[in-house]
Design a binder for this molecule. Structure first.
Ligand code: CMC
Length: 454
């Protein structure tokens, strides 16, 4: 049985440490000018970045809530995992700059780093890879879930359903109070995600399923399950594997984005990790988040010809049109997206290596980027191409089917979700997520019988 490899899993308990309590050496005084009431609130300092006001007692002290739709100004948790400075264009995993990880590391090592907080030594690395390989296969009955979907199902729809269904198969790792269960679930999720992703694609295309091959690395194995056939051997190209590895590293985590916050909120009720990650996948699917890489290619295909670009730019600038340039702008990065800087270079290198440089879609992409970057509208609003602008182009160049783009993002982000989830499980401050609201509806009225309604 595949999971009997658990006994080889020698890392033991998760190394997630309880962090040092942050320094609190200052307060802010808030005055309610309406009532004259005043109260002090602690300012909590992080290791680096903006400090936060601890408003947990705001309603009890001043009878007020905070109003912050979209959480623009709210730190929803303390975290040791990923640091972003949007103004300076900085992204670090566990303190390591993304540029260094992209140049020197690989996705499995980055995954270990995110999950355990440190870069692994050789034996930790080998044990980790060994454990992940031991869990790559999925239960045969789970395959029936996949074949039960209609063949035109979007692979993301299959991912949401099938990843959630994992909780029906792995009862032996669902006790979230048990660190060993948590670790086992985490490894299972990381290991099985490429298998489920590739199976969903193969089903949609009527291709026979390809089982994982544990002789291959994580990325190569995914590409093999996507593109090989039982009838002929498939050689994973080094260029393709490296480009894909880079996409995985750059998408591995991004602190409290919409899907990660969804995972945390779902988990806050004590729900099992498979269900919570399925919730994260649902959130990632949206075009404003992980769906953007797919939307970029659809946009370029719609533009069709460089001479049409200005029409689309005009639409994006028109206040009365909800149209946006896909792959442009970011909620946090208002200077540049450091992932985009890295991936842009890789994208150019890849296009040259693959000799796709003259393909019309890539010409349109480069021209669109050039025009937008010189346009006052985009300059004033700090709208730069983001990571998904280039990752979409790379995936297209690698002949990844369009509806698999967001699935690739999903696979890459899985380790971020499970690291954030595992961190939350040991965080003493965490409570069930239960935001409040500003009720703006009718205060109270009496029920009117149907025949008496106007
Ligand atoms: N095209 C045209 N105008 C835009 C765009 C765009 N892509 N993005 C923002 N704007 C404008 C927007 O209309 C607004 O203009 P004004 O001030 O005149 O009303 C201004 O810029 C600020 O927009 P916002 O909606 O307040 O910005 P936000 O930080 O809430 O949104 C975003 C960030 C990523 C949702 C948005 O830029 C967007 O929809 N981009 C396109 C989708 C996309 O590429 N998403 C991938 C994000 S990166 C991957 C990830 O981390 O998930």
């Amino acid at each position: 049985m595949q999971d009997s490899g658990l006994k080889l899993f020698i890392m033991g308990k998760s190394k997630l440490q309880s962090r040092e309590e942050p320094v609190v050496d200052n307060t802010v005084t808030i005055t309610n000018n309406r009532t004259g009431q005043q109260a002090d609130f602690d300012i909590i300092d992080p290791t680096v970045g903006l400090s936060s006001i601890d408003v947990r007692q705001l309603s009890s002290k001043l009878g007020l809530f905070t109003y912050d739709p979209g959480f623009h100004a709210t730190a929803s948790c303390k975290s040791d995992i990923t640091y972003i400075d949007g103004d300076a264009g900085i992204l670090r995993y566990r303190g390591y700059p993304i540029e260094q990880l992209a140049d020197h590391s690989n996705y499995m090592e980055v995954s270990y780093l995110l999950m355990y907080g440190e870069l692994p030594d050789d034996s930790q690395y080998q044990n980790f890879i060994g454990s992940i390989k031991n869990h790559t296969i999925v239960h045969e009955s789970l395959m029936q879930f996949i074949t039960g979907f209609h063949n035109d199902a979007h692979p993301m729809a299959i991912m949401v359903g099938v990843v959630g269904a994992l909780s029906a198969f792995y009862h032996d790792s669902l006790d979230i109070t048990n660190p060993e269960h948590r670790e086992l679930s985490a490894h299972r999720l990381l290991a099985k995600m490429p298998t489920i992703a590739a199976l969903s694609f193969r089903h949609a295309n009527g291709h026979p399923p390809i089982y994982p091959c544990n002789d291959l690395g994580y990325i190569e194995n995914f590409l093999n399950m996507m593109f090989s056939y039982p009838t002929e051997s498939y050689q994973v190209s080094r260029v393709a594997a490296r480009a894909m590895e880079l996409i995985f590293i750059l998408h591995a985590d991004h602190e409290q984005n919409a899907s990660t916050s969804t995972v945390r909120l779902a988990s806050s009720s004590g729900a099992n990790p498979f269900a919570c990650i399925a919730a994260g996948i649902a959130s990632l699917w949206g075009p404003a988040h992980g769906g953007a890489n797919e939307a970029v290619i659809r946009m370029l295909e719609e533009i069709k010809d460089p001479s049409e670009i200005s029409k689309f730019i005009d639409r994006a600038k028109d206040k009365n049109d909800s149209y946006r340039l896909m792959g442009f702008g970011h909620r946090i990065y208002k200077n540049h997206d450091p992932r985009a800087t890295i991936i842009r270079r890789a994208c150019n290198e890849l296009l040259q290596e693959l000799d796709t440089i003259n393909q019309p879609l890539f010409e349109i992409a480069k021209e669109l980027e050039r025009i937008a970057l010189e346009d006052e509208y985009f300059i004033e609003r700090n709208l730069y191409p983001n990571v998904d602008f280039y990752s979409g182009i790379i995936l297209k160049a690698l002949e990844m089917p369009l509806n698999m783009f967001t699935v690739v993002f999903t696979m890459a982000r899985t380790v971020g979700w499970i690291s954030q989830w595992a961190e939350m499980m040991t965080d003493q401050d965490q409570r069930i997520g239960r935001p409040r609201q500003l009720y703006m509806g009718i205060e109270k009225r009496d029920y009117v019988a149907m025949d008496k309604r106007d």
